[in-house]
Write a protein that binds this ligand. Structure first.
Ligand code: B12
Ligand code: SF4
Length: 499
């Protein structure tokens, strides 16, 4: 069978695993990739993005590849895009299957949509293979675990299969389908050493997955150190990588495992890397071993500078004191720290958001990634926001907008201020508190000026360690196309340049 994936904006490790398992099972796969020009995490000008007609290019891809089925992966914010892709596939009367965290959170809504024939709930690696095998063999597809389907108006819901216990049995992710688009900096190799995170943060999908998978095996799983090193050796050889980006939700969960892994990694791979840590999982020994093994940067969720809000509403479980300790340990080890902070959680007051700004000032971390809270379906915090009338659940189930959230979707009296806090947080290390306060209080700087300033900071300070998207040349090409369109008064829409 020929399976065509479609994805937008960034490399998806999920899709890479699905593709690898299908290829191993004897099927052929390809990818349509929408670069999301001017609508990615660093450059956000949706009006410019709309000049590129990705649907046209997707249809061209369908015509040239002639797939048997289109497979789509959705996070909540990608869901509107995925619906548009499915609509294009339906013009060719192709069957569609959708999976990913949004399909997993809201299968009962997604399956109602005529654009989707199959919905995958949870891990898709072997579920998709079973589905494709069944379609190929003309077998009944209504009884495949994890796959919901429908026929003649009847929806067939199936059980969740056990979690994949031994991750080493999976083939290595199929990077080629993304790398061939030249959309990523392939020298910077994104990898997972395991799956799952045991913490219970109320805004994150993990606590919901733990419930979904209850009785279905161990939720937090690690690959063997040897298996990961084998993948990285292959990547060094094949892609000449020079940086490794461990994207596990929390890389440092199991200290003994990490220490063992780091020593093998240093010996066999010896490349600089970045990873995500939870403040409660780092001690001096671990920090020094991380550094010795080549750790250039860690990313850590701070979430809020208001200790009470952080630990009661968000259930982060980290005290201010613990943050000070962990940050000191990491600084002593000479590791660059990026902290993530969220503004605009339900009922968050301006004073609480100001606490976050002051806290960021006090902890003096190297880089700050700030975001506006979005109530993701089935998360505890979304349920809470809905229970107090701050959000319309129907709206969030249909997904919203692009990858970047410009505004809060909550009905809050201080919604404009939320946005200013989120934007100005990036400047905490560069401006004194009283200036930040003036900017937050009085909205006299335009949104575009602030955004341009922020993008400027990101590039000037190279804030993204190992996260360089490798898109400089593509952006140049995209800009040239726009200039050409206007210089020649070309009324046609710009056709997206496929590499
Ligand atoms: C790496 C990562 C990123 C990377 C790359 C994203 C990407 N395109 O993969 C970056 C940094 C760019 C990123 C950005 C964002 N991310 Co992010 N990200 C992650 C992270 C940590 C890992 C994703 C991953 O690769 N997982 C491992 C693979 C194996 O799992 P998977 O993708 O879920 O795929 C499996 C199944 O879902 C299923 N499946 C998936 N697709 C399909 C398709 C079919 C057809 C089938 C059958 C099955 C199937 O099978 C796969 C294999 O088992 C997840 C958390 C997590 N651990 O998953 C958050 C997560 C996906 N991100 C999240 C968010 C919110 C964002 C942002 C919106 C943040 C922001 N404010 O900008 C953006 C938007 C990204 C986008 N394009 O949608 C949320 C999404 C919540 C939701 N309900 O949508 C998550 C779940 C984290 C969270 N805190 O809850 N992210
Ligand atoms: S520590 Fe991070 S990944 Fe784990 S549950 Fe909390 S927010 Fe989610």
């Amino acid at each position: 069978m020929k399976v065509l994936f479609a994805y937008r904006g960034a490399e998806s490790i999920g899709v890479e695993y699905l593709s690898a398992v299908l290829k191993e099972g004897g099927h052929s796969t390809d990818l349509f990739f929408d670069y999301a020009f001017f609508d990615d995490s660093n450059v956000h000008y949706p009006k410019l993005n709309r000049l590129f007609d990705w649907v046209l290019s997707f249809k061209e891809k369908i015509r040239s590849y002639e797939p048997d089925i289109v497979a789509l992966s959705a996070t909540t914010n990608l869901y509107p895009w995925v619906k548009a892709a499915a609509a294009a596939a339906k013009e060719f009367s192709l069957p569609t299957v959708i999976g990913g965290v949004h399909a997993t959170a809201a299968p009962e809504i997604v399956i109602q949509n005529d654009l989707f024939d199959f919905v995958c709930v949870g891990e898709g690696d072997y579920a998709l293979l079973e589905l494709i095998n069944s379609i190929e063999a003309n077998k009944d597809c209504s009884k495949i675990n994890n796959i919901w389907s429908k026929k003649d108006g009847v929806v067939y819901k199936n059980q969740i299969r056990d979690l994949i216990d031994d991750l080493d049995k999976l083939p290595f992710p199929d990077k080629d389908i993304f790398y061939k688009y030249n959309c990523l900096n392939k020298k910077n190799y994104v990898i997972f050493t395991g799956r799952g995170c045991p913490f219970k943060c109320t805004f994150c999908f993990n606590h919901f997955y733990v419930k979904l998978y209850s009785g279905k095996g161990k939720y937090v799983r690690a690959r063997s150190a040897e298996n990961i090193v084998e993948e990285l050796k292959m990547a060094k050889e094949k892609y000449k990588i020079n940086f490794v980006d461990f994207r596990d939700d929390t890389f440092t969960l199991n200290k003994n495992w990490v220490l063992k892994f780091l020593s093998l990694y240093k010996q066999e791979i010896d490349l600089p890397f970045s990873c995500l840590v939870h403040a409660n999982t780092v001690d001096a020994l671990l920090a020094s071993e991380l550094k010795k093994a080549g750790c250039a940067q860690v990313e850590m969720g701070i979430e809020s500078g208001n200790e009470n809000l952080r630990n009661s509403l968000l259930k982060k479980g980290v005290s201010n004191e613990k943050f000070f300790q962990t940050i000191k340990i990491l600084k002593n080890a000479n590791i660059v720290i990026r902290g993530d902070i969220i503004f605009g959680v339900p009922e968050e007051t301006n004073e609480q958001m100001w606490d976050s700004i002051k806290f960021l000032k006090e902890i003096k971390i190297d880089h700050i990634s700030s975001g506006i809270f979005y109530p993701f379906p089935k998360t505890e915090l979304a349920d809470y926001a809905s229970s107090i009338g701050l959000v319309n659940v129907k709206e969030i189930l249909e997904g919203s907008g692009s990858g970047i959230r410009e505004n809060t979707v909550l009905k809050m009296s201080n919604e404009k201020t939320v946005k200013r806090f989120a934007t100005l947080a990036a400047f905490v290390n560069y401006l004194p508190l009283f200036i930040l306060k003036i900017f937050i209080k009085w909205n006299f700087i335009s949104k575009s000026a602030l955004h341009l300033g922020m993008v400027g900071f990101i590039y000037i300070n190279k804030l993204s360690y190992g996260r360089s998207s490798g898109r400089g040349a593509l952006y140049f090409k995209a800009l040239m196309l726009i200039i050409k369109k206007y210089a020649t008064f070309d009324k046609d829409r710009i056709k997206f340049p496929m590499p």
